[in-house]
Design a protein around this ligand. Structure first.
Ligand SMILES: Cc1cc2nc3c(=O)[nH]c(=O)nc-3n(C[C@H](O)[C@H](O)[C@H](O)COP(=O)(O)O)c2cc1C
Length: 417
């Protein structure tokens, strides 16, 4: 497991469930973080294998799924994020999950009350001894014995010396990666991240041979190119809200919103994602001005949402179809493919380093997830749906068109020199 120079999906409670992670991986994310799960909650869960979906599940006593992983796509790429304020509980929870994930990350950045009131998340930034004790325990008792990396995600402190002192302490715990959300605890995501301390932090992480990932308002792979151009090809980039709005932003050719929701809903249907979670994420992906926004908001099942998504592909009265959705400091931006291509050309022309192709990941949608329950196959979706033959065939053509576009313009990454 190597985090160096990777472009990754951020941990996101609610939004970073299995369908978002699978879609991000399909479109070029190198690694994906699970949503934060608190150690105490994980310890109440029971692990089981779901033979229909070929997933490994951790279920709470009330039957709710706390974590579900689909290893054919996620193996080697899934980082489990934990909330903790206790070295002992962190170790217990870590041992429970370590065989099903590829690394464990400690959340030291969440400013929400439910986290900080019990000493977790961003509260750990004010208790560095405890923070480092948790990391050391995880490294020595969970990571090292299982040959898996431990990492942590922090925010900036209020000034440079205290931030650097904290980073220095964290880097001595044996972790393999540090992610910095480039905002302070009191800053909101609509505010521009601060990069002033980044060069000094990079020096420290390099001294300890620890990889470094930068997080904060990266919209897409073009922003990641520019980040690596500024700080070197070894830095990684992590995207949260940008990927919540469009999980294909990891690709150099992100997908228009109408196509991404179709892919997303197909995955939600196949993996029986909870419909309220499906809807929550879907409404982040739909332009707020689309007439479909309210229609989806009223729907109750994955299948109904999937059928409506199929219908809207061929709706000539939806002027937003074909536009790519990005999010910039919590504001929605829609671009035509031509506008995005011009942006891409401009960014690539400014890069001093070579760009090399990286693999596309699975591109044959017909084979992808073919081991997942027969009952949730594409045929069943179509036979149960009210969509006409014409709509269905148009949907398929759309998917093929985009794939051939991806084939000619694969994901690219900056080449290390
Ligand atoms: C819906 C949502 C859920 C989040 N959940 C987590 C979480 O579980 N753990 C965490 O460390 N950060 C969490 N975050 C913070 C993000 O990982 C990220 O640090 C932050 O959004 C800044 O990145 P961005 O500017 O790319 O959005 C969450 C953010 C959002 C929008």
């Amino acid at each position: 497991m190597n985090y160096t120079g990777k472009f990754v999906l951020a941990p996101m409670v609610r939004s970073g469930e299995l369908p978002t992670r699978l879609l991000a991986l399909r479109h070029g994310a190198d690694l994906v973080w699970s949503p934060e799960i608190v150690d105490k909650k994980l310890l109440t869960c029971t692990r089981s294998y779901n033979s229909k979906l070929n997933t490994t599940e951790f279920r709470e006593p009330n039957g709710r799924i706390a974590l579900s992983t689909y290893k054919p796509s996620e193996a080697g790429k899934l980082i489990f994020q934990m909330g903790s304020s206790s070295p002992e509980l962190a170790v217990k929870a870590g041992l429970m999950v370590i065989n099903d994930v590829d690394g464990i990350d400690l959340n030291c950045g969440c400013p929400k009350n439910f986290s900080v009131h019990s000493g977790m998340g961003a509260a750990l930034l004010s208790t560095p001894t405890l923070l480092c004790d948790i990391l050391k325990s995880l490294v020595q008792k969970v990571g090292d014995p299982n040959n898996k990396p431990i990492s942590c995600k922090i925010r900036l402190l209020g000034d440079l010396p205290s931030t650097l002192e904290l980073v220095e302490q964290i880097c001595q715990t044996g972790i393999k990666n540090l992610t910095l959300h480039c905002r302070t605890r009191s800053m909101r995501n609509r505010e521009e991240p601060l990069h002033d301390y980044v060069p000094e932090i990079i020096k420290i992480t390099k001294k300890y041979n620890i990889s470094f990932i930068i997080n904060g308002n990266l919209r897409n792979r073009l922003d990641f190119f520019e980040l690596q151009q500024r700080y070197g090809p070894e830095v990684g980039g992590m995207v949260a809200e940008g990927a919540e709005a469009n999980p294909s932003v990891f690709s150099i050719n992100p997908v228009p919103w109408n196509e991404i929701i179709l892919e997303f809903l197909q995955i939600c249907f196949k993996f029986e994602n909870h419909p309220s979670n499906t809807k929550y994420i879907l409404l982040n992906q739909i332009p707020s001005k689309s007439k479909y926004y309210q229609k989806f908001a009223r729907m109750k099942t994955n299948l109904d949402m999937l059928n409506l998504a199929k219908e809207l592909q061929v709706d000539k009265d939806e002027p937003l179809n074909g536009k790519i959705k990005f999010r910039h400091l919590q504001k929605e931006r829609l671009q035509t493919i031509e506008q995005y291509s011009a942006w891409k050309k401009e960014v690539i022309s400014k890069l001093s380093q070579d760009i090399e192709n990286v693999s596309l990941g699975p591109i044959d949608f017909t084979k992808e997830f073919s081991d997942v329950g027969v009952e949730s196959s594409e045929e069943t979706v179509e036979s149960k749906s009210h969509v006409t033959d014409t709509n269905t065939s148009t949907t398929k053509i759309t998917t093929k068109r985009r794939l051939s576009l991806d084939n000619t313009l694969p994901h690219k990454t900056l080449k290390s020199t």
